[in-house]
Design a protein around this ligand. Structure first.
Ligand SMILES: [Zn+2]
Length: 60
């Protein structure tokens, strides 16, 4: 699992999924619906990708 917290400062939204592609899809949808970002451009996609992290697991 990978996870991503919204790239907009102060926004608490986050999502988790196995694939980076699905996380990017959900994130662009969230940016459109919640932040009014109608044009998702390449630099924003790069920022999204850079913020995808492996899901944090508790250390055994
Ligand atoms: Zn957000």
């Amino acid at each position: 699992m990978k996870e991503l917290h919204c790239i907009v400062p102060g926004c608490q939204w986050h999502t988790r999924h196995d694939t980076e592609a699905e996380i990017i899809r959900r994130t662009t949808e969230h940016l459109r619906e919640t932040h009014g970002e109608t044009a998702i451009r390449e630099p924003m996609l790069e920022t999204i990708k850079a913020n995808i992290q492996p899901e944090k697991t508790r250390a055994a």
